[in-house]
Design a protein around this ligand. Structure first.
Ligand code: DQA
Length: 148
């Protein structure tokens, strides 16, 4: 079954958007590396991005119906979206909130997340490598082998 990796608003601009905060890798670069890593582990990835909250809600619901696990970088919707919180609460697959930057070391408004109470774990501050960490963590959760 597919592992969903969903990306929210402005993440289509990765590589050129505030590279000192978000790094120089594009979303496409990240998707390709993740695909290759997932293939090595015998998994398939659905890697998507939308700037629209409702589209992300639809995809979270789809992940709940068809996916094995979900990593979500909700972008700024992290700090505003009760709709995404509710969508995540409604699905029972392993779910991880993911951020490139360390949201706790930035502006105060980024310290509150509507997403964190609705997921199994949170990864932030590791840059693009956080996507690989999320994939690894999801596979462990899906396989119910959190620790060797
Ligand atoms: C982000 C952090 C959010 O606060 C911000 O709005 C983003 C990106 C991150 O990956 O670090 O768009 O989710």
């Amino acid at each position: 079954m597919t592992i969903y990796v969903l990306n929210g608003p402005n993440l289509n601009l990765l590589g050129s958007r505030e590279p000192e905060i978000y790094g120089r890798a594009s979303l496409d670069d990240i998707g390709k590396v993740l695909d290759a890593e997932a293939a090595k582990a015998g998994r398939k990835i659905a890697f998507r991005q939308s700037n629209h909250e409702g589209v992300l809600v639809d995809w979270v619901q789809e992940a709940g119906a068809k996916g094995a696990g979900l990593a979500l970088n909700p972008g700024a919707y992290t700090h505003t979206s009760i709709a995404l919180h509710d969508a995540l609460k409604a699905i029972s697959i392993p779910k991880i909130e993911l951020h490139l930057s360390n949201v706790h070391a930035r502006e105060a408004f980024r310290r509150h997340s509507y997403i964190s109470p609705a997921v199994d774990g949170v990864i932030c501050g590791l840059g693009a490598a956080g996507y690989l960490t999320a994939l690894d963590a999801l596979i462990r959760l899906i396989d119910k082998k959190p620790f060797p």
